[in-house]
Design a protein around this ligand. Structure first.
Ligand SMILES: Nc1ncnc2c1ncn2[C@@H]1O[C@H](COP(=O)(O)OP(=O)(O)O)[C@@H](O)[C@H]1O
Ligand SMILES: [Mg+2]
Length: 323
């Protein structure tokens, strides 16, 4: 039985791409839960399967990709069984998505106001006037001045940071229960990144909106999320409370990611990158997917894939060598 307070429950999700050379498993038995209003960071190196997981939740995997196994329950309903029509009613309404590039969301030839009002009218039985009021309110909430004037402008009239603020305003339009933000600040200057993250945190907190923040940057998730799931080669290798994972990482991969953060390198020291590269979906080794890069690798790690299970430190981790 699903917990009644659960907003989202992903269970044993497998997403595969059927290519001519064979099938690739990009997401391999991923499971996690999100409570109402909770913020989860999905973190890991490029190619780990983070975006595919995010798109999978919205049933936006396009051919040759497909969810081949597992369940995605959202607000008590099974998303994997829904028709495209039903899914459309959920996307941009109950679940909003924010991408790295604001222009994935914004239409360059329409004013911000038109885009916001049309989005609302597509999802809510309200008048154009009411929709305009809501649009003004959301522009206000993302701390953009002169909202009335802003609604009449086109996307190119805004800076990158401002555009991402507008995308957040659009994501909030329908008061969704969940926002999936995929590398929302990766393309922005570091100084602006912090402001945008602060804003996202503040809004999700005050509106009790659930957030899945997808990023390769552990520093970014630690700033905004309450829980972290670390992905490696299509699987979750460690998950737990953000503070705990940052202070006391258990999985050798998480330890490596943390040691590689510039702020954790002692003055004058060198960046400690994890040796080697993450295997792509066609090259994932037998046993533990991290075994090719793990300094602690033992025989069992080469033959048996470790399950994600509770460890003494209080997290869940997929590692044979942890108690
Ligand atoms: N359209 C596609 N066709 C084939 N393989 C894909 C496609 N999209 C993603 N993949 C595979 O899935 C893996 C995970 O991708 P992705 O979720 O985008 O990684 P990231 O963690 O960087 O967001 C990639 O390494 C790639 O091999
Ligand atoms: Mg990605």
């Amino acid at each position: 039985m699903a917990d009644r307070d659960n907003l989202l429950s992903v269970k044993d999700l497998i997403i595969r791409f059927q290519l001519r050379q064979g099938a690739l498993t990009a997401v391999n038995r991923v499971s996690f839960d999100l409570a109402k209003g909770e913020r989860l960071g999905l973190v890991g190196e490029s190619g780990a399967g983070k975006s595919v997981t995010g798109f999978g939740i919205l049933n936006l995997i396009s051919k040759p990709g497909r969810i081949t196994h597992g369940s995605i329950r959202f607000e008590g309903r099974e998303l994997t069984q829904m028709s495209e029509e039903e899914m459309r009613r959920i996307r941009g309404n109950r679940i909003s998505m924010i991408f790295q590039d604001p222009m994935m969301t914004l239409n360059p030839v329409l004013t911000i106001g038109t885009q916001m009002v049309e989005t609302l009218l597509a999802h809510k039985p309200i008048s154009r006037r009411e929709a305009t009021e809501i649009a003004l309110d959301r522009i206000n909430r993302v701390s953009i001045s002169s909202p009335q004037k802003r609604l009449e402008q086109y996307p190119h009239e805004f800076s990158g940071g401002m555009r991402q603020r507008i995308v957040i305003a659009i994501a909030l339009l329908t008061s969704p229960a969940l926002i999936i933000a995929d590398e929302p600040t990766t393309a922005l200057d570091v100084t602006i990144q912090a402001d945008i993250l602060e804003l996202l945190l503040h809004l999700c907190d005050t509106e009790k909106t659930g957030l899945i923040l997808i990023t390769h940057d552990l520093a970014v998730v630690s700033q905004v999320t309450e829980r972290i799931a670390v992905m490696y080669a299509g699987t979750i290798v460690e998950t737990g409370a953000t503070g705990q994972i940052i202070r006391n990482p258990q999985h050798p991969y998480t330890q490596g990611l943390l040691a590689a953060l510039p702020q954790n390198v002692p003055a004058g020291g060198r960046l400690k990158q994890i040796p080697g590269v993450m295997p792509g979906p066609s090259r994932i080794p037998a046993g533990c997917p991290f075994n090719t890069r793990c300094a602690l690798c033992e025989e069992v790690c080469r033959t048996v894939q470790p399950p994600l299970e509770p460890k003494q430190a209080g997290c869940l981790a997929a590692c044979h060598l942890l108690n």
